[in-house]
Design a protein around this ligand. Structure first.
Ligand SMILES: Cc1cc2nc3c(=O)[nH]c(=O)nc-3n(C[C@H](O)[C@H](O)[C@H](O)COP(=O)(O)OP(=O)(O)OC[C@H]3O[C@@H](n4cnc5c(N)ncnc54)[C@H](O)[C@@H]3O)c2cc1C
Length: 332
């Protein structure tokens, strides 16, 4: 058993703001730290992040490690892994939690390697085993068809957590915490990569990952025109349109909207799958949706095994009637 103590959350900063994911992780980290009877720390890394420390405290942290350096303006693997290794060495946490974001996916395994431990990616539940006091890490396996619980024998136990599966705490502006500034100690000459350009993904309306309602279409939609119908209903719900891989491959919808193993992972309150068979690679991206409705003409389609509600029929007939009813209900 190591001497490591406490829970450390990597607080991702996006465009100068503490991300929603950071607040979710601090909410979950708070509970784990309390169950361990230990402290919850956050680490903020960037060029101008010290102003966010109190926000992290308000979200549940007891301590905030701030690593501020102009060389950390953009996420770069080598600089961020290096400062995270430094902070982990100073904080000596028992558990490190990151988000299952593009940054977390990149950072967690590399950090684990540097610290001689393991990373469990894409967890959907975390708890402390009351006997062993080790972190129980639940994650979907076999494309979301089953869930497995992992434990890590080495410290720190590093995990990434899927978006929107943890609840943030209500911010408490009166909470007090300690801020610890850490020197990045970076050597500009040793940085192997340079950011040449940043291209911002243009999203019309709500981002797929943030949407409370997602309406996804698959090969059964048959063309881009069909997606316009899905878009119309998604707008009414203030939701977003997703897609299966074939729909993206056919360029009926941009591939930024792909849901699944090689696309985005979504966890909306309502997922409506239209003309989607329910392949495991698609379900890997939507199986944590709170409620799923499927429309498919094949009664044997696998999607009906996942969905709580299903309509067997041609979507061209079913969907307009469904959309009409939704309009009526939302208007009333
Ligand atoms: C490594 C790997 C990664 C992958 N990653 C992803 C991923 O991230 N996301 C993803 O989606 N897929 C992914 N795939 C592909 C995946 O295996 C499936 O091929 C894909 O999800 C199927 O998409 P689909 O359901 O739209 O098409 P199909 O499987 O062809 O299903 C179409 C469905 O539409 C129904 N249908 C047809 N016409 C109508 C109609 N008029 N009305 C109602 N229903 C109708 C059919 O009954 C059928 O069930 C991946 C595959 C691999 C090997």
């Amino acid at each position: 058993m190591s001497d490591n103590k406490g829970v450390l959350v990597y607080g991702e900063v996006i465009e100068g703001k503490l991300s929603g994911m950071a607040a979710e992780l601090l909410g979950c980290g708070r509970k784990l730290a309390d169950d361990l009877g230990q402290e919850l720390s956050a680490v903020l890394v960037g060029s101008e992040v010290s102003g966010l420390a109190q926000e992290a405290v308000a979200a549940g942290a007891d301590k905030v490690y701030v690593v501020e350096d102009s060389l950390l303006e953009d996420y770069q693997t080598d600089t961020y892994v290096s400062v995270m290794e430094k902070v982990a060495g100073q904080a000596m946490p028992q558990v490190i939690i990151l988000g299952q974001t593009s940054v977390g996916r990149d950072l967690a395994p590399r950090l684990a390697f540097r610290l001689g431990t393991a990373a469990t990616m894409d967890c959907v539940a975390l708890s402390i085993d009351p006997d062993s006091k080790r972190l129980q890490q639940t994650k979907p396996v076999y494309g979301g068809n089953a869930q497995a619980i992992y434990t890590t024998d080495t410290d720190p136990q590093i995990v990434t957590v899927r978006a929107k599966v943890m609840e943030p705490l209500a911010p408490d502006a009166g909470r007090k915490g300690e801020v610890i500034n850490v020197e990045a100690g970076l050597d500009a000459a040793a940085i192997k990569t340079t950011v040449l350009e940043k291209v911002k993904e243009e999203v019309e309306g709500i981002k797929l990952e943030d949407a409370v309602v997602v309406i996804s279409g698959g090969r059964g939609i048959g063309g881009a025109e069909g997606f316009a119908q899905l878009q119309e209903l998604a707008k009414l719900f203030k939701g977003a349109v997703g897609a299966s891989r074939p729909a993206c491959d056919n360029e009926w919808i941009p591939d930024t909207q792909q849901v699944g193993l090689t696309g985005k992972i979504v966890t909306p309150d309502l997922y409506i799958a239209v003309g989607i068979s329910g392949a495991s690679q698609h379900l890997a991206g939507c199986s944590s949706s709170k409620t799923m409705i499927a429309i498919n003409k094949d009664p044997e389609a696998n999607i009906f095994r996942e969905a709580q509600y299903g309509v067997v029929g041609d979507w061209k007939k079913v969907f307009p009637a469904f959309a009409e009813k939704v309009k009526e209900l939302l208007a009333g």
